[in-house]
Design a binder for this molecule. Structure first.
Ligand code: SLL
Length: 219
């Protein structure tokens, strides 16, 4: 028996407003949220990628190892939502450790994510020529338009789960991804088209993407 659970991991980021920059550490330009979430999105909750379900029925803890420039870089999150929000100035690689509930009798799994904060495709006026930094966001930034997204879809597969864990999984079937495209596509290096046509705004994983990915693999 194999049981899988779809997850996404990654980050979204927005520019700090001028007011926020005044109180944040001097060189900080962005606020980002790093997370492990269920792949399906909450319908009608426009500002978030994924997260329709609470994954704590099988995940006990998620530890995010941030860059050493952050105080206490090892951030353990013991209850949902499994995420960390910080401000900063740079992009870096994060190690994510997912620990399962004891019933699973599974070893923790390790994932890597590269935190993205910059709109690399943004035109020149976006950048301040003096400092070389992105200009602060408008006083009321529009998260749909001004956010950066870097998310990876994955499936956690449990092979021959112990009976107690099998029962828990069976009581919590995963929420299906939407069949059709309702929003933009999360940019991914494996899908060059998704980068060429990078739409701004909040993306979403769908069953259409799953089919397209299978076609790319076939090719
Ligand atoms: C590098 N990519 O490899 C860069 C590191 C570090 C990011 C980026 C702020 C931490 C703080 C921050 O954004 N660190 O000073 O609070 O060199």
């Amino acid at each position: 028996i194999q049981i899988h659970r779809p997850i996404i991991y990654g980050n979204s980021a927005v520019l700090l407003t001028a007011t926020e920059r005044a109180t944040a550490p001097a060189d900080h330009t962005h606020r980002w949220t790093l997370a492990v979430r269920s792949a399906a999105s909450v319908e009608g909750r426009a500002e978030q990628v994924g997260g329709a379900e609470d994954l704590s029925y099988f995940i006990k803890r998620v530890t995010f190892k941030l860059h050493d420039t952050y105080p206490n870089p090892n951030r353990a999150v013991d209850k949902p939502p499994f995420e960390v929000t910080e401000t900063g100035w740079g992009e870096f690689s994060v190690q994510i450790l997912i620990t399962f509930i004891p019933e699973a009798q599974e070893k923790p799994i390790r994932l890597n994510h590269y935190i993205r904060i910059h709109q690399w495709h943004m035109p020149e006026p976006f950048w301040d020529p003096e400092s070389g930094l992105p200009k602060p966001a408008a006083p009321t930034p529009m998260p749909q338009q001004d956010s950066v997204h870097a998310w990876q879809y994955d499936e956690i597969v449990f092979t021959e789960p112990p009976q107690a864990f099998f029962d828990i999984l069976r009581q919590h079937p995963p929420v299906a991804l939407p069949k059709v495209r309702r929003k933009g596509v999360p940019p991914n290096m494996a899908n060059p088209q998704s980068i060429a046509s990078m739409s701004r705004g909040i993306p979403e994983f769908t069953q259409v993407m799953e089919r397209e990915e299978a076609e790319r693999l076939d090719q």
